[in-house]
Write a protein that binds this ligand. Sequence first.
Ligand code: NDP
Ligand code: MG
Length: 390
Amino acid sequence: MRRVSIFGATGSIGQNTIDLIARDPDAYDVVALTGARNVEQLAKDARRLNADVAVTADDTQLDHLRELLAGSGVDAAAGQAALHEAAQRPVDWFMSAIVGAAGLAPSLNALQQGATLALANKESLVCAGSLMLATAQGHNARILPVDSEHSAVFQGLVGEDMDAVERVIITASGGAFRDWPIEKLQDATLAQASSHPNWDMGQRITIDSASMFNKAMELIETKEYFGVAPSRIEVLVHPESMIHALVGFHDGALMAHVGPPDMRHAIGYALHWPERKTLPVERLDLAQIGALTFRAPDTVRWPALRLAREVMERGGLSGAVFNAAKEAALDGFIDGHLKFTAMADVVDAVLTGMDGHGGHIDDKMTLDNVAHVDHLARIAARAEIKKRAG
Ligand code: NDP
Ligand code: MG
């Protein structure tokens, strides 16, 4: 039996992971499941999968979680120390699917124990790419990408030599507002930004798809994970979300990864790697689909893409600053303090403001220093949000 833990089990990626694991219960020994606010779901899955421990990040929910798990044999725990302890329990396969920078520490813990890390939490690579890779190398651990574009690139590179790669193209659906007139974008509401045309995902990544901050994060992820120069990474708008990425080779070939917009493909690939197993995903009927379309990304509509390029050029801890400012700006939009289009202005201002003396962007990449710049960037972002709240 393979020992597995799922961090962020109650979220969209976590639930899709559980869906796959629950289909073959005899194959897996579930060690830890974690969530935050949704303790009902956490307890239900922990019972069903007979986990060793269920952890909620939210301390105030511990008593409730204990009641829900009474008599089940599953231990209940809460808070940061409990998450840390659970992430150190030995496993063969670890799903990192907490949303936000909070996912970084568990990702590192998983690598430190030498587990195979299925990485959905894109913030881990954006905030601390070189630290993640060095930790994996130092502990003989492997990182398998779960973000669909990166899983697609990873699959496109099997058996290939990186020297033969001319470019990597990640696709973007364009999110909720790809066809909106640009002048209307500033009035986009939370409800409008929270609905994705093709993918069913958590609210935060759905809004990030509408603003292209998601694709901006993925550009940085691509550079960090595959070590491809930024000038060789392209974004292509592809509204149908059938091709997830393409790898271009020096001989002119473009290898495209085509698949249904269902995260169980990328999760399942990481779960069964290096094998391919049957997965419960739709079999695409290309004759029925008829046509796939592509457009160049509009950098006026999506300034986040330009900001990601600046971060890739800048290096150091600028990814952590970018992510923290983006998370704070997203909170500002969700809470109604910031207009949709002002999120990019806030991130831009924080990146500029912290890129100098006292910004700590050139500090050594350690978990503590990442946490420190994250903290500073959130303070700076909140000040920028206040200025714009008028
Ligand atoms: P969701 O919002 O659906 O789920 C997030 C999970 O993290 C939940 O289990 C949530 O618990 C938990 N959580 C939230 N805040 C904290 C915290 N501060 N500490 C610990 N746990 C917390 O997100 P998604 O599943 O959509 O995304 C997860 C990650 O995967 C993100 O990094 C996202 O960018 C990435 N990703 C997602 C894709 C998708 O299709 N959804 C595709 C590619 C990448 P609870 O719900 O109980 O509060
Ligand atoms: Mg993606």
